[in-house]
Ligand binder design. Structure first.
Ligand SMILES: [Zn+2]
Ligand SMILES: [Zn+2]
Ligand SMILES: [Zn+2]
Length: 333
């Protein structure tokens, strides 16, 4: 395990270079991000509700006024949406080139009233509220037949936003993203060959081997995948087969909240509060839903890249997943 190996991800068949020979550089995070808006100017702080559009979804203390203080989580429309909710798809072709209208929804999930509270230090109850809000939005947005896919992305510590207040993005789009298409193909091929789900099989395999397991909370397993693209990449997976995140029962949402808190605390210990992205991978919606898919979250620390990845799609990872999992598993949390 000390020499460089090529490893193939069983779902996507993507090869990655696991290269522990490369001096394990200290893996610095991305350059420091600029200072964010202070709480007085922050559109997501309590008291500043008028700086955003009206609440699309909210969990708030009983009796507190809509669009005022007293909320725990709230969802509002993004002020600078990349997609617009009105209009038809209007697909068109120019010769061999296809295009369509940029319709979709782009919403912001404000995850806590507290401006400086890191996710790793949110209470489990609060993380559960965030996950529940995400689930509720997915159930509502799927009613629009123009949309094929629901995305939830949380970025932490990246220089992409002036607003540092904890929030995540909810996006629905009229196409299935490429990363999900690749996984769908992998799930489909494996199911045709073995008549089983590949992620269910991976969950069993990882639990029996143990060396890449980071933690388990009830029906949710967190492990470092066999062929991770990035150092300390982890997958957070319900152990029972389920394609539809919208149908997740409350008990699993609670275990998921615990699993996320445990993983983020450990990541913070091991890598000194790195920037990261957390992304939901779920089945497409409506008639495009695929019961052979198995939903999961992918957590990727955003450490500096080594140079070859851009443009080639070849990933070089200096930290073998067995090493990453051991460090995370044993970190104090
Ligand atoms: Zn704020
Ligand atoms: Zn499965
Ligand atoms: Zn995935």
């Amino acid at each position: 395990m000390d020499s460089t190996r090529l490893r193939k991800d069983p779902v996507t068949h993507r090869w990655v270079v696991i290269s522990p020979d490369r001096a394990e550089l200290p893996l610095p995070g991305l350059p420091a991000r600029p200072a964010g808006l202070p709480p007085e100017a922050c559109p997501f702080c309590p008291g500043n509700e008028a700086k955003t559009g009206p609440e699309i979804h909210v969990e708030r203390a009983p009796g507190s006024p809509a669009n005022g203080r007293g909320w725990w989580v709230r969802v509002v429309a993004d002020r600078y949406p990349i997609l617009h909710i009105e209009g038809g798809l209007e697909k068109s072709a120019e010769g061999m080139y296809d295009s369509m209208n940029a319709i979709g929804a782009h919403e912001i999930l404000v995850e806590t009233p507290e401006h400086d509270r890191h996710w790793a230090f949110l209470e489990v109850l609060q993380i559960e509220r965030v996950l529940r809000a995400c689930q509720q939005r997915s159930l509502d947005l799927r009613n629009d037949v123009r949309f094929r896919h629901f995305i939830w992305v949380k970025n932490h510590g990246l220089a992409t936003s002036l607003v540092h207040h904890p929030h995540s993005h909810i996006v629905v789009i009229p196409f299935v993203p490429r990363a999900i298409e690749e996984e769908l193909k992998g799930f489909g091929d494996y199911a045709r060959w073995k008549e089983r789900c590949i992620l269910c099989d991976m969950v069993k395999e990882e639990q029996s081997l143990g060396l890449r397991v980071i933690l388990k909370e009830g029906g949710v397993l967190v492990f470092a995948p066999f062929a991770p693209r990035f150092p300390y990449e982890s997958w957070i997976v319900p152990t029972a087969h389920a394609h539809d995140f919208g149908a997740t029962p409350p008990g699993i949402l609670r275990e998921l909240a615990r699993a996320l808190q445990g993983t983020l605390l450990r990541l913070r210990q091991v890598l000194d509060d790195p920037p990261y992205s957390l992304v939901l991978h779920a089945s497409p919606l409506g008639e495009f839903a695929r019961e052979d898919y198995h939903w999961h979250l992918e957590l990727v620390p955003r450490l500096q890249r080594l140079g070859l990845e851009w443009g080639t799609g070849i990933y070089i990872n200096p930290v073998p997943p067995e090493v990453a999992a051991e460090r995370l598993r044993e970190a104090p949390a």
